[in-house]
Ligand binder design. Structure first.
Ligand code: ADP
Length: 257
């Protein structure tokens, strides 16, 4: 199905959002959530009204990466809607804030639950909603992309040759859905030690991605202990070190979405 064109066709919960950006990866553990969260807090730091939707039912990362005081979503019983929790002014919804143990669900059920949670949330007026997509390009991802009118997609990958094939899958999925892939983030690209720069996974696949798929922007993120530590501590690195190298990269990415 084509994306909804008119505002009235959108699920009511999404009508007050200007841009919906998917942060996607084909594999788990490449840093997708790290990118989603740091991008969101960068945009908020630039003065935008931002929300994050963590669409990963099986392994939600948002509750680890940000630490709101209120760690449970609230229901509005009259409107039968969900009120997001909030940390440093960014609205947050994740299955990890839904309470109870996570249920065992099959694909179609997962899609239903994701779509319901996303579209019945009272997001209010937002400039950006960042969706931390579940990893992969299967049915759950496709259904989500069909319900939500995505403005742009950002693909996160690592520099290995194999990852190139994954990026191709991601680009194909979004192009089928007519969602522009505005940037690829090549994460864990290099690290610096003893005054030297090391590329543990090799180099060059990023440039190949840009060339082959015509994606306008490519960003490198280094392997940084602080990026991992801030993810575990509940405050994103762009908040703790707003002038740092990582923050500058995210500001450039923020301008692209
Ligand atoms: P995904 O969402 O793709 O599963 P995450 O963002 O949860 O990946 O990252 C997986 C782990 O790797 C987390 O512990 C995160 O802190 C860490 N990590 C991600 N990117 C980096 C990086 N550039 N440097 C150091 N650690 C990182």
């Amino acid at each position: 199905p084509a994306r909804p064109v008119f505002m009235e066709q959108l699920p009511p919960g999404l009508q007050t959002i200007s841009s919906i950006v998917a942060v996607s990866s084909c594999k788990g553990g490449v840093g997708k959530s790290t990118v989603a969260v740091n991008l969101a807090y960068t945009l908020a730091g630039m003065g935008a009204r931002v929300g994050i939707f963590d669409a990963d039912v099986y392994g939600p990362s948002l509750p680890t990466m940000v630490s709101p005081e209120n760690r449970l979503l609230e229901m509005n019983p009259e409107k039968r809607s969900i009120i997001p929790t909030e940390y440093l002014g960014v609205k947050l919804v994740s299955f990890g804030f839904a309470g109870q143990g996570r249920a065992i669900m099959r694909g179609p059920m997962v899609s239903g639950v994701i779509n319901q949670l996303l579209t019945t949330t009272e997001w209010g007026e937002l400039d950006y909603l960042i969706i931390d997509m579940p990893p992969g390009t299967g049915d759950i991802q496709l259904t989500l992309c069909q319900v939500v009118p995505l403005t742009a997609a950002v693909i996160v990958t690592t520099p290995q040759k194999l990852a190139f094939i994954d990026v191709a899958k991601g680009v194909r999925m979004f192009s089928k859905l007519k969602v522009p892939c505005v940037a690829v983030v090549e994460n864990m690209c290099h690290f610096d030690a003893d005054g030297k720069r090391y590329y543990p996974f090799g180099r060059g696949s990023g440039a190949q991605v840009v060339q082959q798929f015509g994606i306008p922007h490519l960003f490198d993120l280094p392997i940084r202990p602080t990026l991992s530590a801030s993810g575990d501590s509940g405050t994103p690195e762009v908040v703790t070190d707003p002038q740092g190298e990582v923050a500058r990269t995210f500001q450039e990415l923020g301008v692209c979405v």
